[in-house]
Structure formats: structure tokens, C-alpha cells
Design a protein around this ligand. Structure first.
Ligand code: 1GP
Length: 236
């Protein structure tokens, strides 16, 4: 059974602390009925811009989690913390070494009960996430399977994150991931810019993450909440 603090999250907006967002837009996102806001980004994340965005989201009752990708951006006071491990890279930094550095520095202060390792499989070669982490993103469905087994069955990671950041992913791959996982919570993110795509991802993933479209088309971003929720209701 999925018992993580994020277990009931079906829809999440991911906000980048390095990007501007108006109070009006943030109000609509936080009041949209989404289950949570995740704060995280692949570049330009600092303590100051992370604290600032957390404080603004804290005016609302919506849950707020941090995706910890840099030491600078490690900020206390969130409802939960995801620590990403990029599985499909050969760069040890992103596999384990940066995370280890974090523990060496802040290990005594970590709220373990709300801190969760998420195994990322990064599948868009063009994304900043892929470039920064050196991910070998050009993988076929067959090639992805060992990563899923590694994450879910060998390492028993609580979360597997299928990350297509910036482009809408292959839903056959996502469906396959959903059917292969035995215990991990499946998160999907990437290229969701309308209700239809959100619904497609929600058919397979436990949690659907909506990122960039928030900055490009707020109305379309808001429509993804209802789309995800109705797929989940119809699956019950
Ligand atoms: C990024 O998975 C998220 O980490 C969301 O991706 O920005 O493409 O929606 P998009």
C-alpha cells in the first residue's frame, strides 16, 4: 500500500523559484483544487528565491513540497521533501554524490518522515534536466524496463518519476511503467499543456505534474486539475 505523505496527490503544480509569477496567478493555482505545489527547478534555484516562493504559497492551505536539487535551495518549513536520484545517467554526482554531500552537511536536520527519494528516469534529451544531469535519455520502451526494475524492485524506491520535462511523453512508456511497478508511487511530468494531455497521463500515473504551462497559459494550466480529477474518479 502506498503510505507516503504524497500518496493521495493526484495533481500537482510544479513551480520554478527562478521564474516570476504574479500574486494573481499564484492565487488561482493555489485555489485551483490541486493537491499540492512542488517547488523545484533545474537551474537558478537559490535559498532566497525558494524561501520567497514558499512564503507566498504558505498564504494558502495547499500542501507544498520541495524538490531538493541543490544545496543552496535546501530550505526548512516545507510539508515534504523529494530528493531526486537520476537513474539513467553515468554521472555519479546525480546518481548519488550530490545527495551524499547534502547528508554530510544537513543530515542531522532532515525530517526523515517527510523526506522521500524519487528515482528519476529522464526521457527528454533536450530538457535542461537531461543536460544538467547527463541523462542518457534516448531510451526505447525495452531499454527503460531495467531502470524500472532497478528502482522499484531492487532498490525499492518509494517514488519513480517519469520525467519528460518540456515535451509530452510517450504514453505507451508511461502505461508500461504503471504496469511494471509493484510498489513505487508513479509520478509523471512533462509537456502537459492542456486538459486532454493531463487526462492521458492521469490514466496511468498516480500523480501528474504540471509545470511550464503555468507560465505560458494559466487558463490551460488550471484546466488540467479538473481533467486529472475526473479521470481518477472514473477509475475508482
Ligand atoms: C518538470 O516534470 C515537470 O520537472 C513538469 O514538466 O514543465 O514540461 O510541464 P513541464
Amino acid at each position: 500500500m502506498d503510505t507516503g505523505w504524497y500518496a493521495n496527490w493526484q495533481h500537482v503544480f510544479k513551480l520554478d523559484p527562478d521564474k516570476e509569477i504574479s500574486d494573481e496567478a499564484l492565487d488561482q493555482l493555489c485555489m485551483s483544487g490541486t493537491d499540492a505545489i512542488i517547488i523545484g527547478g533545474s537551474s537558478g534555484v537559490t535559498f532566497d528565491n525558494t524561501v520567497d516562493l514558499l512564503a507566498r504559497v504558505r498564504r494558502y492551505s495547499v500542501d507544498c513540497a520541495l524538490e531538493v536539487s541543490t544545496m543552496d535551495g535546501a530550505v526548512p518549513g516545507f510539508d515534504g521533501y523529494f530528493v531526486p536520484f537520476v537513474l539513467n545517467t553515468k554521472q555519479a554526482d546525480w546518481l548519488m554524490l550530490k545527495q551524499l554531500e547534502g547528508l554530510q552537511e544537513y543530515g542531522h536536520f532532515i525530517p526523515w518522515e517527510m523526506t522521500t527519494a524519487s528515482g528519476y528516469i529522464v526521457l527528454n534529451e533536450q530538457s535542461t534536466a537531461a543536460k544538467v544531469s547527463g541523462a542518457e535519455a534516448n531510451l526505447s520502451e525495452q531499454e527503460i524496463l531495467p531502470y524500472l526494475w532497478m528502482a522499484d524492485r531492487l532498490l525499492r524506491l518509494p517514488v519513480v518519476y517519469i520525467e519528460y520535462s518540456g515535451t509530452f511523453g510517450d504514453m505507451n512508456v508511461l502505461a508500461r511503467a504503471a504496469s511494471e511497478l509493484e510498489q513505487a508511487h508513479l509520478i509523471y511530468g512533462g509537456g502537459i499543456d492542456n486538459a486532454e494531455k493531463a487526462a492521458q497521463a492521469a490514466a496511468h500515473a498516480h500523480t501528474v505534474v504540471v509545470g511550464n504551462v503555468v507560465y505560458d497559459n494559466l487558463k490551460a494550466a488550471l484546466a488540467t486539475v479538473e481533467a486529472v480529477k475526473s479521470v481518477k474518479v472514473s477509475k475508482q
